[in-house]
Design a protein around this ligand. Structure first.
Ligand code: T1G
Length: 688
């Protein structure tokens, strides 16, 4: 028996158990063990049926992503699946946890699938820039039909067991906690029934009806154009499912292999696989050992029930933690709680939570009008107006109210956390927990460590992030921390080059074609020019537009004109304001012309700022900067984020362009020392 499994026979049923923490990924040792075990079961006449089960937290969670890009080690997954599927004895896959990717594809070559109600099955390869490459694109349509298969594989969303049963993705539910016993009983029943074995690959009844139905696929592409935009894998999945419908199985498998290899070798998939691991790397802090004791957080206080405070509170309510929500007036409190309820009601209308869950979460809120209500909470998160004086006042009061051992967190997005901590007698207990709006949706949580923040408080905040479904990125104190600081460079460049010839629509198109959902001018019009430029001191195009009461989408247009349906069209008024402003500044039309040049001008300074954030020790690692930009600013994940993308562009090319820009536009473009060093040494930011 291989090193990661066990083989037992109970009354003619072979039980093959794989135990390869943390998630029974189908790495080399697991594949070897599976191959040996199934060959043994096939050759042992005492064995009449086989149960395949996993120990630990989950059934196989897929191929071992860490093996990608490394030399192949036989037996490869397809060979192992073939050994299982070509056997003459019934095989029952016993599923708990999350049978995902190659894990569920392995279940599909078994003759039957039984799962506990808490299990989920799915094919999430699309999130890695891949498609199910072990037969999933050919077998799943043969079980659920092409339409359902497209949804499952293009969304990548795991399917809960009960729904999987209804779809036919599994054949039976086991009792929670009795998976092994119920799987063995299921195997006995299969033997007793004596039905001839049927293989998923041989079924045509779910795919034949769609032969020639090109409308099904064209409609799917059209309906999903927005979410598929810029990605390669979704389009390949659609092609693979078309092959499942139109071609015999073995030809469909060949089509799947070809499409899989194209994706596997793409930069997009390398970027998305890198991001998968980068998101899990952020919790590793060199000077805060993983063994650091954390503080139990059972109750939370949120100061401010506005957009941010309400969204922050929802994260903890979703995790079942009671929240004391503090405002300065009953009217503000009622409004804030009303917004939270409406958010939950809308989620319930979409079927994502039940009405009962809405009420359960609302019942966890304790409204309060004074900070005194926070005297006993374990964690306080302040989300008041972004002004240092106000924050200092709040923290000074909190210092006199909060119990010893309470963590005092600020949601500040730019301000100096050390100054805020200094307003208290307990700076060790002060930390930044910077949520991104909408706080109940965006997965990034920037955790800001002050000079004096204790390791226990840092470890607690980083651990709490996972509990509230966030990905934490640790930052030291600087203006804007990580994501806001590096992405501010993009906004600055957009405002600069719009004076040098490129129009707002040309700049927005260049950046949306690069992969962002929205360009900087579309974003400013959406948020509101009076909001975005609220703190501006010097004259700007934005300020001139506001003076004309052009506030963006909400009023009279902004950089664009809008019709009643808020459809944007280029604005002659904005063009004239821009031209006048440029003339007043003596700026000539010397800006970047091509989309590629616009992207370089907008994003190379972001990379440069990332290098500075690294060399100043604000961020621990380059991939943390990528995670922060992908999860905080929707930087297109298939580029890997600014630092991964810079490596694919080539650091010397970026340095040369920045030097050229510095010569024309000043020192702000001068490449950071670390960037120049990496470029000169042939190094990179994110390559191992
Ligand atoms: N390969 C290698 N390591 C993996 C892994 C995988 N598939 N999945 C998880 N890990 C590691 C992860 O890096 C972390 O390591 C630890 O396990 C716990 O993960 C041929 C080609 C299963 C739902 O995409 O969705 O099959 O940081 O922190 O929140 O068609 O992990 O502790 O050292 O995420 O409880 C398809 C990816 C692969 C599933 C558990 N499968 N994994 O979530 O724990 S491609 C996937 C997940 C494929 C075939 C194709 C989640 C999880 P460390 P975690 P979790």
């Amino acid at each position: 028996m291989g090193s990661v499994g066990s083989f037992a026979i109970e009354d003619s049923i072979a039980i093959i158990t794989i135990d390869s923490p943390p998630v029974n990924a189908l790495g080399f040792a697991v594949r070897q063990t599976l191959d040996e075990s199934f060959r043994r079961a096939a050759s042992d006449d005492a064995v009449k049926a086989i149960v395949l089960i996993c120990a630990g937290r989950t059934f196989f969670a897929g191929a071992d992503i860490s093996e990608f890009g490394k030399p192949k080690q036989d037996p490869d997954l397809l060979a192992v699946l073939d050994t299982i599927e070509s056997g003459a004895k019934p095989v029952i896959a016993a599923i708990h946890g999350t049978a995902l990717g190659g894990g569920y594809e392995l279940a599909l070559v078994c003759h039957y699938r039984i799962a506990v109600p808490s299990a989920k099955v799915g094919l999430p390869e699309v999130h890695l820039g891949l498609l199910p490459g072990a037969g999933g694109t050919q077998r799943l349509p043969r079980i659920v039909g092409a339409a359902a298969a497209l949804d499952i594989m293009v969304s990548g969303t795991p399917v809960p067991a009960k729904k999987a049963l209804a779809l036919g993705m599994i054949d039976a539910l086991a009792e929670e906690g009795r998976l092994r016993e119920d799987a063995i009983a299921f195997a006995r029943k299969v033997l007793a029934d004596g039905q001839p074995l049927s293989r998923v690959r041989d079924r045509q009844d779910k795919v034949d009806p769609d032969k020639g139905n090109t409308t099904l696929f064209d409609d799917f592409r059209r309906k999903n154009a927005r979410v598929m935009r810029g990605f390669r894998a979704p389009a390949s999945i659609v092609q693979a499912v078309e092959a499942a419908v139109e071609l015999p199985f073995h030809q469909g498998m060949a089509r799947e292999r070809a499409l899989f290899h194209e994706l596997h070798d793409s930069i997009e998939s390398a970027a998305q696989r890198s991001t998968f691991f980068a998101e899990r790397q952020t919790v590793r802090i060199p000077d805060v050992p993983a063994s650091t004791e954390t503080i139990p957080i059972r109750t939370v206080g949120v100061i401010g029930a506005g957009t941010m405070g309400g969204g922050i509170a929802m994260n903890f309510l979703n995790a079942g933690l009671p929240v004391t929500l503090v405002e300065t007036s009953q009217e503000a409190l009622d409004r804030g709680i009303g917004v939270i309820r409406r958010n939950y009601e809308n989620t319930a209308k979409k079927g994502r939570i039940t009405q009962e869950q809405v009420e359960q979460r609302m019942a966890l809120i304790t409204p309060a009008l004074g900070l005194e209500a926070l005297a006993q909470v374990d964690l306080v998160i302040e989300a008041v107006f972004e002004q240092m004086a106000i924050k200092k006042e709040v923290f000074a009061k909190l210092d006199g109210i909060a119990k010893p051992g309470a963590i005092l967190a600020s949601n500040t997005s730019y301000l100096d956390l050390d100054q805020i901590a200094a307003a208290t007698s307990r700076p060790e207990w002060v930390i930044g927990m910077h949520f991104f709006s909408p706080a109940n949706v965006m997965r990034l949580l920037e955790v800001v460590r002050g000079q004096k923040t204790s390791n226990e408080v840092i470890a607690t905040a980083m651990g709490l992030a996972k509990k509230i479904a966030k990905v934490p990125v640790l930052s030291r104190v600087c203006h804007g921390f990580i994501a806001n600081r590096v992405m501010t460079r993009r906004g600055e460049q957009a405002n600069a080059i719009v004076l040098e010839g490129p129009t707002p629509q040309e700049i927005d198109k260049a950046i949306t074609d690069y992969g962002f959902a929205m360009g900087p001018f579309q974003m400013m019009d959406l948020v509101g020019l009076d909001v975005i430029g609220r703190d501006d001191t010097e004259r700007s195009v934005r300020g001139d537009l506001v003076k004309l009461d052009r506030l963006g989408q909400k009023k009279n247009g902004g950089y664009y004109d809008y019709d009643e349906a808020r459809k944007a069209t280029p604005s002659p008024v904005a063009a004239s304001i821009i031209a006048d402003f440029a003339q007043s500044k003596g700026i000539a039309d010397t800006g970047p012309q091509s989309a590629e040049e616009i992207v370089a001008r907008l994003l190379y300074p972001v990379v440069n700022e990332g290098a500075k954030v690294l060399e100043e020790g604000i961020a621990i690692r380059a991939s943390d900067i990528d995670v922060a930009c992908i999860l905080g600013y929707n930087w297109p994940v298939y580029t890997g984020g600014p630092m991964f993308w810079a490596d694919t562009v080539g650091l010397p090319k970026i340095v040369a362009k920045l030097e050229e820009l510095a010569a024309h536009h000043g020192e702000a473009f001068r490449p950071a020392k670390l960037l120049k060093e990496r470029a000169a040494s042939g190094g990179s930011f994110t390559r191992a």
